[in-house]
Each structure stands twice: as structure tokens, then as C-alpha cells.
Design a protein around this ligand. Structure first.
Ligand SMILES: O=P(O)(O)OC[C@H]1O[C@H](O[C@H]2O[C@H](CO)[C@@H](O)[C@H](O)[C@H]2O)[C@H](O)[C@@H](O)[C@@H]1O
Length: 258
């Protein structure tokens, strides 16, 4: 499906800005959803287009994800030294900075939290846990609605019992983290660091709303799929995201060639 004309016009304007940051969420945007999180694969061309953008003058590119940084690096195939910045754990980790290790108290909190979440998983067969350096995630994709709802309820009760746990609910996931971070703060920090006049950010989930909320024209914010959003534009699918990135590579090449 063709891109909305208003989005194409906004991308044309963005491409003409002196310095630009192009950033995208990973799961549900660059990579279609799958049952096993480690099977997620980026749509053809998307990572290459981000790398092509990052190679252009005064152009920066980033993938901003809830994933652990090492996992994001593996799944995107962007190796250390790549000019495409990777931001993981909803902003708590960045390939631009040295990741902070957890303090002893945070580590102990994560262990206690994860122990209790194992009980939730045992009580609701089919739901699964994903472990990250600073968070544990309950996954309910593929489960019957009543099972998923009951498991989420129990997980939220567990999170509430532990002071210092931050809850982020996404698509068929409840993430319980012992560090505070959000994609909006991370996006703004990166934009400031690289000195970009304007940014493009594409996301699909409620956690991406933090990014959309801190953006303003001439920034271009794009929501993928349905649901309430603070984004200026909307597309239906990852294929349209791939098309938008392809278009931006061409537009930015033209704009930076002159
Ligand atoms: O910020 P994102 O890049 O969108 O990451 C958010 C979460 O993505 C992963 O979960 C989602 O994708 C899985 C694989 O397709 C899917 O099974 C799950 O239902 C989705 O919510 C990842 O596993 C989480 O750790 C991320 O926080």
C-alpha cells in the first residue's frame, strides 16, 4: 500500500533539514511479531537502509527497543562499530555509552521479583518469562485470553509487592524492570548528543508513545497499526515502514549531495 501523501510530504521536508536523526522501534515495526522472541527477523532492506542513512553526511540512525542491547545487536545484525546507534531496555542501555551495571540492591530486587514470577508461570502453563539484565518479562502471546488475563493480573500483583519495580505493558508482554527508563527520554538525549535539528521516530506499541509525546514539528512521528496515539502520522504495516525508509534514503541522498 502506498504511503499517505501527508507522510511523504513530511519526509520530504525532514530530508531537507541540516541535520537529521532517523530512529525506529524494532519489534512490530522493523520485525514482524513471532511467538519466540529470539526468532524475530527484520524485514528485508530495513537495517540496510538505516545503515545507508547513517553513512550520509549529518544524518544519524538508531534502533530504539525494549530488548536487551546484546539481543538487539544480534537480531539486527548491527555489529559493534556500526554507525547505527542501538538503544536497548527502553532507553536504559545504549551502544553510544557504557551500560551501567546494576547495583547490589537492584540485583537482589530483580532476583526476588523473578523468583515470584516463576510461581506465576507455574500457575499458568503456557505463559513464559524472558530474562534481561535489568528486567523480567512475562510473555502471553498465543495463550487463550482468560489464561493471559489471569497471568497478567498475578504478575501485576507481584510487581506491586516489590518496591522499586517499574511496569511497562506492551503487546502480549508485561515488562517488570528494576531501572527507570523510557524511549522519549532516550530519543531526546540521543538527538541532543548528535545535534540533530529534527527526528523521525516510528513505533507501534504503548511504550513508543513516550517518544511520540516528546516530538514536535518538524519531527515526524509515525504509529504503525491501530490504537490511540500521539504520533502525527499512521501506517498499516511494517512493509510501509520499509517503503518510508527506502524513500528517505533517496530523499536524504539528494538533499546532502548538493
Ligand atoms: O521496543 P520493541 O523493540 O518493540 O520491543 C518490545 C518487546 O518486544 C519483544 O516482544 C514482542 O515481540 C515478540 C517477538 O515478536 C512477541 O512474541 C511479543 O508478544 C511482543 O510483545 C521482546 O520479547 C520484549 O522483550 C520487548 O520488550
Amino acid at each position: 500500500m502506498a504511503l499517505p501523501a501527508s507522510l511523504t510530504a513530511a519526509l520530504e521536508e525532514l530530508a531537507r533539514r541540516p541535520s537529521v536523526l532517523v530512529a525506529s522501534d524494532f519489534d512490530g515495526v522493523l520485525a514482524p511479531f513471532v511467538q519466540d522472541p529470539m526468532d524475530a527477523k527484520p524485514l528485508e532492506g530495513t537495517i540496510d537502509d538505516l545503515a545507508a542513512l547513517a553513512a550520509l553526511p549529518r544524518t544519524h540512525a538508531a534502533v530504539v527497543s525494549g530488548r536487551d542491547l546484546d539481543v538487539l545487536t544480534e537480531l539486527t545484525g548491527l555489529e559493534d562499530g556500526s554507525p547505527v546507534t542501538r538503544i536497548g531496555s527502553h532507553g536504559a542501555q545504549s551502544s553510544h555509552d557504557d551500560a551501567d551495571d546494576l547495583g547490589e540492591e537492584q540485583q537482589q530486587l530483580l532476583e526476588r521479583l523473578t523468583g515470584d514470577l516463576h510461581d506465576v508461570v507455574e500457575a499458568h502453563p503456557g505463559v513464559r518469562l524472558e530474562h534481561k539484565p535489568a528486567a523480567t518479562v512475562l510473555h502471553t502471546r498465543g495463550q487463550e485470553e482468560h489464561v493471559a488475563e489471569a497471568a497478567v493480573r498475578s504478575a501485576l500483583e507481584v510487581a506491586q509487592r516489590h518496591t522499586g519495580v517499574k511496569v511497562l505493558q506492551g503487546k502480549n508482554v508485561v515488562e517488570m524492570s528494576v531501572v527507570t527508563a523510557d524511549k522519549g527520554t532516550a530519543l531526546k538525549a540521543l538527538q541532543e548528543k548528535v545535534g540533530a535539528d529534527a527526528a523521525l521516530y516510528i513505533g507501534d506499541d504503548v511504550t513508543d508513545e513516550h517518544a511520540f509525546e516528546v516530538m514536535a514539528e518538524p519531527d515526524v512521528s509515525v504509529k504503525v497499526g491501530e490504537g490511540e496515539t500521539a504520533a502525527r502520522f499512521r501506517v498499516d504495516s511494517g512493509e510501509q515502514v520499509a517503503e518510508a525508509l527506502r524513500l528517505l534514503v533517496r530523499l536524504r541522498r539528494e538533499a546532502t549531495a548538493s
